[in-house]
Design a binder for this molecule. Sequence first.
Ligand SMILES: Nc1nc2c(ncn2[C@@H]2O[C@H](COP(=O)(O)OP(=O)(O)OP(=O)(O)O)[C@@H](O)[C@H]2O)c(=O)[nH]1
Ligand SMILES: [Mg+2]
Length: 377
Amino acid sequence: MQSPIMDVPSRLLAIVRFKRFHTFLYLFVATLFGLCFLLPRLNPNLLLSTASLHQKWSTKPDSILFSLVREEELDGMISSITELQDRFNKKFHYDWLFVSENEFSDHFKETIQATLTSGKAHFEQIPEKYWSYPKSINQKKAAKSRQALDKLGVKYANSESYRHMCRFNSGFFYLLDGLKDYRYYWRVEPNVRFKCDIKEDPFKVMKNGNYSYGWTMTMPEDQQSIETLWPTIKQYLHDKKPDLPADNMLEFITDDDSKTYNSCHYWSNFEIGDLSFFRSKPYQEFFEYLDATGNFFYERWGDAPIHSIAVSLLLPKTKIKHFPHTGYYHEPNQGCPLRAKARKELNCDCNPNKDWTFHFYSCTEKYYMVSGNSRPF
Ligand SMILES: Nc1nc2c(ncn2[C@@H]2O[C@H](COP(=O)(O)OP(=O)(O)OP(=O)(O)O)[C@@H](O)[C@H]2O)c(=O)[nH]1
Ligand SMILES: [Mg+2]
């Protein structure tokens, strides 16, 4: 048996080992502190990446279905939920956030909860600051321009709520409390249809492909509703000089070397996006610059061209993802896979002759020309 009393050399050795261990411990703690606390403060991108690492390791889903909807659109919302549940969410069980500028009634909430059996329903009232006139808006000028646009036959020209909706979808939805713990949202409107099974989880596709913006159909915008939008964009580029990736999709939105906007946009009523892009400094600066003109109210700028121009300028083309086989329908347009094999595999109930995806007036051909990706059909 070893004596409990150590001889002098052994004692010295033990002291050295003890000190070495402590030095190692100090160094380890200091490195950890530097990595977790100091470095991210010196470079905010590292803060983002620690957040995304957290999301990667966390077991909580970082994706959510999202609907801005009015109380009176309950029937249309039930119909969208039921179909998306059947075609997709019954397998994946994502939660769903419903928001409105008014408080939803108990009847609305209970009916939605009873319909949405695949995930949990959450409800949120939009704070007034995201759905009201900024003080700088001249109400007389806004009323006059609504009348002028109405005379030109612009859709929703007379509607003030439509303008609040477009501004909210352009600049504020991603700041809502109900979305703060999430990375990806999928926007779903009332009365839309999904006429094919969605077998592969689009949220996973977004995450695994490191995409920031997903879409299913494209559309040209009514130029009369966005008369000064492109000149404003040019002024923003001149004044703010944002960092634009060399391989962006600028050519998707202009046919004449940036002189004019060709009005092409991703149809934002179907939209799957990375919230961290919308919350990023470049997007915030972009939105605030546009918003300062007041033209969400003096004209009728839509969130679809706003999102599309932003992602086309600020993102590399590899960050934008087409989801072609959803059989998505939003009045009056329908997506439908052109190949019979795809329709059969996905149990689609749609007529390919009515497919809008590659229709003459759609911008999807142009998207494939500019992106260099190969067409899905
Ligand atoms: N809470 C709330 N939601 C709204 C309001 N106006 C529109 N929405 C929602 O915002 C989304 C877009 O509105 P829509 O009226 O469909 O606009 P749109 O898709 O440009 O026009 P349509 O072609 O008529 O469908 C839908 O999800 C609507 O339910 C509003 O005043 N309040
Ligand atoms: Mg709609």
